[in-house]
Write a protein that binds this ligand. Structure first.
Ligand code: ADP
Ligand code: MG
Length: 268
């Protein structure tokens, strides 16, 4: 197995796009799984009240499980909620529960409301980590702002369909606002084309438009639409373990490899 470089400093990558269903969670889970299988120590922080990333990683997230909600609202240490992912030695998950939906409103009146996740991550020393992926909800509210304040990198999954670019300017504007006022280290480091259907002219056109707009930020690897990718979560698995030879698994492994190698020079 090829050695992948360990980042000089822990990389915190926020996966954001205020549109639902573009592949945020799938990307978070599968990049994390692929990196962990190449000896990188990885934490996935589930910041979506739906808890889809927790489900996909087989992490309990019933309403009474201590979750990111307690971390953000009650100041519970991250170490108390982080769980090892079954059968994945280097992979951990901080689960989300449905009460996180209320956190969006509860945060509004709280002290340092935008930087509560950052504080929790900075105080988390119990497990040495190479990567933290934050899986955002489909909105640009305070949960996503917390994720952007806690990270140096934003990864934008872009679904290869007609409205792909719509709404992206709003997302980029939010990244700019957070950079200007809250986190000068933040940048969009990565864009990833997801659910690509090679049979359609439209998908090729969208991919071309995205590359023209985002340039080298876009990973060369494109994630194909694949039934295996959508089946894996119902088995509590990444597609990387569920069907390693499938086109989706191989694409996510290639994307993770690109991130590991190009990021060797990324700092901050
Ligand atoms: P988001 O987190 O942005 O809402 P998801 O990652 O949950 O998006 O993906 C939305 C739906 O599309 C899910 O049902 C997921 O299983 C499915 N999906 C994601 N990526 C692929 C893919 N490459 N091929 C097929 N289905 C996919
Ligand atoms: Mg999601």
């Amino acid at each position: 197995q090829e050695e992948w470089p360990r980042p000089a400093r822990r990389r915190v990558i926020t996966i954001a796009n205020q549109k639902g269903g573009v592949g945020k969670t799938t990307t978070a889970v599968n990049l994390a799984a692929a990196l962990s299988m190449h000896n990188q120590r990885v934490l996935v922080i589930d910041l979506d009240p739906q808890g889809n990333a927790s489900t996909a990683l087989s992490i309990e997230h019933r309403g009474d499980v201590p979750s990111v909600y307690q971390v953000l609202i009650e100041g519970m240490p991250l170490a108390e909620i982080v769980k090892p992912v079954p059968d994945m030695p280097n992979l951990y998950c901080a689960p989300a529960t449905i009460n996180l939906a209320g956190a969006e409103i509860e945060l509004v009146s709280m002290v340092a409301r935008e930087s509560r996740l950052l504080k929790a991550i900075n105080e988390f020393k119990e497990i040495e980590l190479d990567y933290i992926f934050i899986d955002c909800p489909p909105s640009l509210g305070l949960l996503t702002v917390n994720a952007m304040v806690a990270a140096a990198e934003v990864l934008i999954p872009i679904q290869c369909e007609y409205y792909a670019l719509e709404g992206l300017s709003q997302l980029l504007q939010n990244v700019e606002l957070v950079r200007a006022h809250l986190n000068p280290k933040l940048s969009v480091s990565t864009a990833l084309l997801t659910m690509y259907d090679g049979r359609t002219r439209l998908a090729a056109q969208v991919a071309e438009d995205v590359r023209a707009h985002f340039g080298d930020t876009v990973l060369r690897t494109v994630i194909p639409r694949s039934v295996r990718v959508s089946e894996a979560p119902s088995y509590g698995q990444s597609v990387i373990t569920y069907d390693p030879g499938s086109s989706g698994a191989m694409a996510y492994a290639d994307a993770a490899r690109e991130i590991a190698f190009r990021g060797a020079s990324v700092t901050g």
